[in-house]
Ligand binder design. Sequence first.
Ligand SMILES: [Zn+2]
Length: 286
Amino acid sequence: MPKITCHISQSLQKILEEQSKLRGESISHLVSMALAQSFEVPHHTLFQVSTTGALVQGIYERAVSSKYLLNYGDFGIGTFENLDGEMVVLDGVIYQARSDGKVSKITEEVGTPFAIVLFFEPDLDEISEEINSLGDVRKVCDRLRDSDNIFYAFRIDGKFDHVHTRAMKATAEGVPLAQAASVQPEFEFKNINGTLVGIWAPQFSSAFNVAGYHFHFLSEDRTKGGHLLECSGKHLRVRMERMNDFHLSLPESQEFLQADLTKDISKDLAYAEQIHDKENADGERK
Ligand SMILES: [Zn+2]
């Protein structure tokens, strides 16, 4: 993280030290927070568009535009209008990994029905031990997390021995997510440099988010990617940010306003998020 040196008044310094003691937060954190507030930049804040409940019910039309999303973050995951592929937001650029295996950079305005973004400012930076599965990724991240009750963002970079992803196929509005997810093409990549963009959300957020880990992958050359199903790699760089502010932006479409969102979506969501047992996936494997 960059370091700044500056001069402040003695009285300000006194307040800063007192507040730091009182709140149990570092001076760096307090200064970053104050600067972010004064420049109106979100700090350790997740910005989420719509809810997983709405997505499970088939509400896939635009809630906000991709450009609007970038006002709230430079890092994150999501999907596009009509579930047309997987969204990866990395270093302030939005990428679309589509079901034909192609990845494109979003330069025009594109709508998103669901996304979660933040300005990535890691609190932790370290090199992982050997990772042999997505389960190992979760274990490494679990070890870094200090709570089950706030949100976390993870960025994992390096050379992956193996990455298995899927990308949603554009689907008509109203088709339930579980049904749409049953025909999604999957992709296999070997010896590939890239980045995992991930969010960990607490169990209590399962009513509107994916509880636990949710990772999307993007290759270093930005030509491959998708929703992560499996991976392995050695000496990966793992960065983590703790997120304790949350902004939820709800759609104003008639579909959303009239939808019955009281149903328990956990089973449908788990099905949509995971690998499906099927011989020779309907989609191509690369
Ligand atoms: Zn995903």
